[in-house]
Design a protein around this ligand. Structure first.
Ligand SMILES: Cc1cc2nc3c(=O)[nH]c(=O)nc-3n(C[C@H](O)[C@H](O)[C@H](O)COP(=O)(O)O)c2cc1C
Length: 205
């Protein structure tokens, strides 16, 4: 459960230090990963949410002031922005400092579900991670090919999340079927951020 800060403020919620040495082997996580679509209502801890966000976009090494992350990024341009949506609200993840900023203080999961062709997955899961791209960050360096690079990167990030979920005893579902504009409005996303992928996560029922 996230300890919520004031809506749309720059006040940071610091996440617990991520665990870099879990007990599940990589091979076991790969073997056990399957899409989970029916979730228990049991909420996730701040540690679990932080761990999943770290797997998605956490900083693992800093060399000469450059921060390298868990997932590869074309030209180290890092075009992604990540959001966590929980019963407590919606939160923007900051890799630097491994922290969150509060974007919404209401439970927007049912609303989110209306943007996902009413699949209901987002409404029931105790956590959804939303992956958004700021294409300009990567097209500045690579031109139009950068659009493809951003989509590839979203896949890297998503797979880290799915495997980390397994390692935490959780399940997840990749959701690609949603209405971009509706989702942007529900979250109040900045115009340059394009939603690419939603990943509902939770315990099996
Ligand atoms: C890019 C992508 C988009 C997907 N979108 C959805 C979706 O909108 N809703 C859903 O229920 N499953 C979605 N899935 C999950 C697939 O249906 C699922 O991965 C597939 O049935 C194989 O099952 P497995 O994940 O258990 O191996 C998506 C998967 C991918 C890779």
């Amino acid at each position: 459960m996230i300890q919520v800060g004031p809506e749309n403020s720059s006040e940071k919620i610091r996440l617990p230090k991520p665990n870099g040495q879990g007990k599940t082997s990589l091979e076991e996580a790969i073997r056990r990963r399957r899409t989970l679509r029916v979730f228990s209502e049991k909420e996730l801890t701040q540690e679990q949410i932080g761990q999943l966000l770290w797997a998605a976009g956490g900083i693992t090494e800093t060399i000469d002031g450059a921060h390298f992350r868990t997932a590869p990024s074309a030209g180290a341009t890092y075009p992604m922005e990540l959001y966590a949506i929980t019963p407590q609200g919606a939160f923007h993840y900051f890799s630097k400092g491994h922290a969150l900023e509060t974007v919404k203080t209401q439970d927007i999961r049912s609303l989110l579900s209306t943007a996902t062709k009413r699949q209901g997955l987002a409404a029931k899961a105790p956590l959804c991670i939303l992956i958004c791209a700021v294409f300009e960050r990567v097209t500045q360096k690579f031109g139009d090919r950068g659009i493809m690079y951003a989509h590839i990167e979203a896949g890297h990030i998503a797979q880290n999340i799915h495997l980390q979920a397994v390692a935490l005893g959780l399940g997840s579902v990749p959701v690609g079927a949603f209405e971009d504009q509706k989702l942007k409005e529900i979250l109040g996303l900045p115009p340059e951020q394009e939603p690419l992928y939603i990943i509902p996560i939770g315990y099996a029922q």
